[in-house]
Design a binder for this molecule. Structure first.
Ligand code: FAD
Ligand code: ZN
Length: 470
C-alpha cells in the first residue's frame, strides 16, 4: 500500500467512502471559476461536521499531505483549487451547511462555513433582519469563502466588508484542533484578535467551520438610481455630493465605464439599459428609515442638483422593486459578460478616492500606449475606492495569446501606478496564486516578515494551502 492509498483509507474512515472522491469528473472542484487554473487533487474530501474536518486535517498532517480548503469555488485568484501535483487533498466545506442559531435580540446569526451566502441572507430575512454582505456570486459562494477572502461586494460603503460582519469563528487549526471562538460579543479585548487573523487568510492559517455573523435591522425602504457622467472625476464628485446629502443612507455607489456596459449589451442583449450609453454610468442606492416616498424624494433632489450643476447629464430612478433589481442585475452581469468575451487581465485595486481620477487618466493613457487597441473594462465599488480595472484583448485577438504576451507588462504598469497613488493591489479578492509573486514588490518588507512568522507559528509544517498568499 502506498502512502497516498493509506491516507485515502483513513480519510474514508473519517468521512465515509461516499465522500472521498478520487475518480470520475472532478472538474467542479479542480477547475477555478475563471477557468485559469486546473489542478489535480489526490482526493476531494467532503466532511459534514467540524469533528470530521478536524479528523481530515489530522490525517493529512500525519501523512504529510497538504490541504486546499474550498467553499463555493467562486474565488478569482486561484486560491481554492489544487495544484497540478496530484498530491493535495481538496477539502470541500459545502456539506457543513446548517444555520446553527439566530439570536434576534443580539442581532447575530451563527452559520456553518459551507452555507451559501444567499441562504444566510435568506435566513436573516426570514427573521426580519438583514445580513448585508452582497455580491454577484452570492448564489454559490459560501460564508467560509467570504470570510477566508474578506469579501467586499456592493454594500461595504454602509456595512463594511466580511470582516466587519463577523463577530466569532470556529476554526480547525493546522494541527487538527478545534478553536471554539463562536462569540456573539461586539466587545472582547481579551488578548490578540485571533478572529481577525483568520479572516482574509485564504485558507493558509486554519479551516473555518462556522461563524457568528452580525445582522442589521432591515431598512424600511431601499431606492436605486442610475446616472450618467462625462468623466470619472464627475463620478467622484457625485459620490461626495451623495455622501454629504444622504449620509449613512447611501448604501451603494458603483461606477461602470462605457465598455463594461457595452459588453453586457453584447452578451446579454435582453437586459434593458435604462440610460443611453455614456462615458460613465453610476448606480447608487439609498436605504431610508422613513419609507419609499421619502427615499424617492431624497434621491430626486440629489439627482436634480447634480443635473443642474452639470455633474451628470441624465438619470433614472427605479420606480419598482423589479426596476431596482434590473439595475443591479446590469451591474452584476459585467463579470459574466467579461467571461463570455474571453480571458482578461484582472485587477482588483483600491485607491484613496481622492486619487482615482488621476490614476485612471494616467494609467489609461499608459496602457493605450503600451498595448494599442486594448479594451479597458473599468468598473467597481467607487464608494469604497475599489475598481475592477480589467484589460481585455483588442477586438478579434486571441485572448489566451494576448494574456501570454502582455499580462506581465500590463500588471507592471497598473500596479506601479497603484503603488504610486498609495493604493492596494488587492482590494477584495485576495492574493491566492494569482498575485503571490507580486506581493513582495508591493508589500512592506516588515509586514511580509511578520506574515511569514505568523504562518510558521500557526502552520509550521505547511499543511494548509501552501504556495498561496506567501
Ligand atoms: P472559494 O473560491 O471556494 O475559496 C476562496 C478562498 O478561500 C480559497 O483560498 C480557499 O482556500 C479559501 N476558503 C474557502 N472556504 C474556506 C474555509 N471554510 N476555511 C478556510 N479557507 C477557506 N468578491 C468580492 O469580494 N466582492 C465581489 O463583489 C465579488 N464579486 C464576484 C462576482 C463573481 C461573478 C464571482 C465569480 C466572484 C466574485 N467575488 C467577489 C470573488 C469572491 O472571492 C468570492 O465570490 C467569494 O468570496 C469566495 O467564496 P467561495 O465560497 O466561492 O470561496
Ligand atoms: Zn467587486
Amino acid at each position: 500500500m502506498t502512502a497516498s492509498t493509506a491516507l485515502i483509507d483513513v480519510l474514508r474512515g473519517a468521512v465515509g467512502t461516499a465522500h472521498v472522491l478520487t475518480s470520475g469528473d472532478l472538474t467542479a472542484w479542480e477547475l477555478d471559476w475563471r477557468q485559469r487554473w486546473r489542478g489535480k487533487a489526490l482526493a476531494v474530501v467532503r466532511p459534514a461536521s467540524t469533528q470530521e474536518v478536524a479528523a481530515v486535517v489530522r490525517a493529512c498532517a500525519a501523512h504529510g499531505a497538504s490541504i486546499v480548503p474550498q467553499g463555493g469555488n467562486t474565488g478569482l485568484v486561484g486560491g481554492g483549487v489544487p495544484d497540478a501535483s496530484g498530491s493535495q487533498v481538496l477539502l470541500s466545506l459545502t456539506r457543513l451547511n446548517r444555520i446553527r442559531e439566530i439570536d434576534r435580540a443580539n442581532l447575530t446569526l451563527t452559520a456553518e462555513a459551507g452555507c451559501v451566502l444567499q441562504a444566510v441572507q435568506q435566513a436573516a430575512s426570514d427573521a426580519g433582519l438583514l445580513f448585508p454582505l452582497s455580491l454577484a456570486a452570492e448564489g454559490s459562494c459560501t460564508i467560509g469563502g467570504n470570510l477566508a477572502t474578506n469579501a467586499g461586494g456592493t454594500q461595504v460603503l454602509r456595512y463594511g466588508n466580511a470582516r466587519a460582519l463577523c463577530l466569532g469563528l470556529e476554526v480547525v487549526t493546522a494541527a487538527g484542533e478545534v478553536w471554539q471562538g463562536l462569540t456573539g460579543l461586539r466587545k472582547d479585548n481579551t488578548g490578540y484578535d485571533l478572529r481577525d487573523l483568520f479572516i482574509g487568510s485564504e485558507g493558509t492559517l486554519g479551516v473555518m467551520t462556522a461563524a457568528t455573523l452580525a445582522l442589521h435591522p432591515q431598512p424600511a425602504a431601499a431606492m436605486t438610481a442610475m446616472a450618467r457622467c462625462a468623466t470619472i472625476e464627475a463620478c467622484v464628485r457625485l459620490l461626495g455630493m451623495a455622501q454629504q446629502r444622504l449620509g449613512p443612507g447611501l448604501t451603494g455607489f458603483e461606477a461602470m465605464n462605457a465598455f463594461s456596459l457595452a459588453l453586457v449589451a453584447r452578451h446579454f442583449p435582453d437586459q434593458r439599459q435604462p440610460l443611453a450609453p455614456g462615458p460613465w454610468t453610476v448606480l447608487l442606492e439609498l436605504a431610508d428609515t422613513d419609507g419609499q416616498a421619502h427615499a424617492h424624494a431624497r434621491l430626486e433632489t440629489l439627482l436634480g442638483t447634480a443635473l443642474e450643476t452639470g455633474l451628470i447629464d441624465d438619470a433614472a430612478i427605479a420606480e419598482s422593486l423589479a426596476q431596482s433589481r434590473a439595475m443591479w442585475h446590469l451591474r452584476e452581469s459585467i463579470p459574466l459578460a467579461q467571461a463570455e468575451e474571453g480571458l482578461n487581465i484582472k485587477h482588483d485595486i483600491s485607491l484613496p478616492v481622492s486619487r482615482i481620477a488621476a490614476f485612471c487618466d494616467t494609467t489609461g493613457a499608459a496602457l493605450a500606449h503600451a498595448v494599442p487597441g486594448m479594451r479597458l473594462v473599468n468598473f467597481g465599488h467607487l464608494g469604497d475606492g475599489n475598481l475592477h480595472y480589467n484589460v481585455q484583448a483588442p477586438e478579434g485577438l486571441d485572448a489566451a495569446a494576448f494574456l501570454q504576451a502582455h499580462e506581465h507588462d500590463v500588471n507592471r504598469i497598473v500596479y506601479d501606478a497603484v503603488a504610486a497613488h498609495a493604493g492596494s493591489i488587492s482590494a477584495e479578492h485576495g492574493i491566492g496564486a494569482l498575485k503571490r509573486d507580486e506581493l513582495p514588490r508591493y508589500k512592506d518588507a516588515t509586514a511580509l516578515a511578520l506574515m511569514r512568522a505568523i504562518k510558521h507559528a500557526l502552520d509550521p509544517r505547511g499543511t494548509l494551502n501552501p504556495g498561496r498568499v506567501l
